[in-house]
Design a protein around this ligand. Sequence first.
Ligand code: KG4
Ligand code: ZN
Length: 327
Amino acid sequence: MNILGIESSCDDTSAAVLTSEGVKSNVIASQSIHLKFGGVVPELASRAHQKTISQTVEQALEEASTSLDEIDAIAVTQGPGLMGSLLVGLCFAKGLALSKGIPLVGVNHMDAHIYANFIDYTPEFPFLCLTVSGGHTQLVYVKAPFEHEILGKTRDDAAGEAFDKIGKILGLPYPAGPVMDKLAKEGDPKFHKFPQALANEGLDFSFSGLKTSALYYIQDKDEEWVQDHMNDICASVSEAISGVLIKKLKRAVKQTGVKTIALAGGVSANSMLRSKTQSLAEEMGLNLYSPQMSYCTDNAAMIAITGRMKAELGEFDELDIKPFASI
Ligand code: KG4
Ligand code: ZN
């Protein structure tokens, strides 16, 4: 089955072609317009999607050396995400589906982050997936395809949001997660002990206290000192975030008895989180899966693979499906 995937839930316009041979193209047009605002401006995001969606899809088809005539299904993000952004991708996909008579499959963006693991691998069910992105932080028990139970989630900020907000306080460009990851590699994670909220209770997360704690810590220091200790501060923040994520993951493994764990979402590209997860898997004798870097952050290949899994189960959608902003 040849699938065209389309993703536009936030600030990346993406289109991908997936065939029986694998991912043939995965074009991602990132929006730089938000940089100067230090975060995504929804109205600007939807306008930018409108400008780029057509050429992004064309490029994906071209790079895959294919045309719409050879596409068997169009998979498109239905939600969660920014309503205006979702509408652009969904309307475009519906237009293509209608004009070419191609079946449509609506995809849940959070499911797609999980099933990004199936692009290159075949994780065995049941497994636990730690889904960590800019908008969500979830511990998901994946019993069977599309049979999920959310065991824990954040009560306030998402893990990626914590990286981005603390990075903004530090004067780093948006999104700060990847920048902090790079700087942290040269720093000392034990330089300062930032709080790990709810570390010893349950499976829910909370990151707003960490952000406030970082704000107080940084505003007390002069700018030169902060610049001189940037790597150590980034390493200490990364330690706090990845540390608490791993503690919860370990607790959930013990609680469920799973033998397989997976990472998903933009923050799963974080090197400290990856190495801690690797150590946890070795310590507990678990199989570990994580998508390759380009399939961690928002991309249409993950939408295409999820769409294909749904299509194989016969789960197609009508052309009147609506976007949804939250789960
Ligand atoms: O999954 P994603 O692309 O978009 C959402 O659905 O939110 O995740 C984006 C988030 C941003 O908060 C970004 O800062 C974070 O993922 N991120 C990282 C890294 N790469 C992306 N955070 C920490 N370390 C990274 N290497
Ligand atoms: Zn995402």
